[in-house]
Design a protein around this ligand. Structure first.
Ligand code: HH2
Length: 262
């Protein structure tokens, strides 16, 4: 899953793709480099990010989606109206970092469109989530949360086969809690749905390679972390540098198969 943030303030690429033309080019590039789907977002969820009003989010993402008609896209939003307009334009997946807790109308929009859905764990909300993340056991709490949200989504009419689950790396977690979630990813995989991970450029990745003050991680370190998640059963990787991830994961998958043939 390639990432295209149509925002002025995303944590690693804010402003880069704020113009529709740049965002469209970035999405096309991600697909050429091997992304199966491109996630288009118009609201940053970085720690401390301010909420974006509906009209502004629509203004950012719709022109981009219109120009990418027919290509495999996901919309990164918690707003039912943004999702509805994106799905009307042919987007096939909704990536909701609130796991259907942000907008009570979103579940029905996803169900009616027959869209795929990503449910992600977050403790707190972006403005405050990194203030003091606290868990007794981060892995079992995240797994229990995702199981609960999966049941909720199914009860709202979204077929279980359409749903993937995401532990929410960096969303209300310390660096060590993020790494523990990847280390014990089997507990999330055991819920029986495909697991998506978004480690790309997260500060935890930068800290893991030796910079205690890192605010972002490098693409090489991100791909390394993605491979570790792959080894533990993740199957969808949200990535800014698609080529680096496709190559690293293709090599890891070949080792897993013991064959150069796919
Ligand atoms: N991470 C970000 C945004 N959306 N969605 C899922 N499912 N999983 C993630 O880990 C995830 C996500 C944050 O990354 P980015 O989009 O690059 O930054 P920003 O939120 O600042 O736009």
């Amino acid at each position: 899953m390639g990432v295209v943030n149509v925002t002025p303030d995303s944590f690693s690429d804010g402003g880069l793709n704020l113009e529709a033309e740049a965002a469209v080019a970035a999405a096309r590039r991600a697909l050429v480099e091997g992304a199966a789907i491109v996630d288009i977002g118009g609201e940053s969820t970085r720690p401390g990010a301010a909420a974006v009003p509906l009209r502004e989010e629509l203004r950012r993402v719709l022109p981009v989606i219109e120009q990418l008609e027919g290509l495999p896209l996901s919309i990164d939003t918690a707003k039912a109206e943004v999702a509805r307009r994106a799905l009307d334009l042919g987007v096939t997946m909704v990536n909701d970092v609130t796991a259907l807790r942000g907008d009570p109308a979103l579940a029905a929009v996803v169900a009616e469109a027959g869209a795929d859905l990503c449910l992600m764990h977050m403790q707190g909300e972006p403005r405050t989530m990194q203030d003091a993340p606290a868990y007794d056991d981060v892995v079992s709490e995240v797994a229990a949360f995702l199981e609960d949200r999966l049941q909720f989504a199914v009860a709202e009419g979204v077929p279980e086969e359409s749903i993937c689950l995401d532990p929410g790396i960096g969303f209300g977690k310390t660096p060590d809690q993020n790494l523990e979630l990847v280390r014990r990813l089997d507990a999330i995989v055991a819920l029986g749905r495909p697991v998506l991970v978004g480690l790309s450029r997260k500060s935890t990745v930068g800290k893991a390679v030796g910079d205690p003050n890192a605010r972002v991680g490098t693409d090489v370190a991100s791909a390394g972390a993605a491979v570790a998640a792959f080894d533990r059963g993740a199957s969808i990787f949200r990535a800014h540098d698609v080529r680096a991830h496709v190559e690293a994961l293709a090599a890891a998958a070949a080792v897993e198969r013991g064959s150069v043939r796919p």
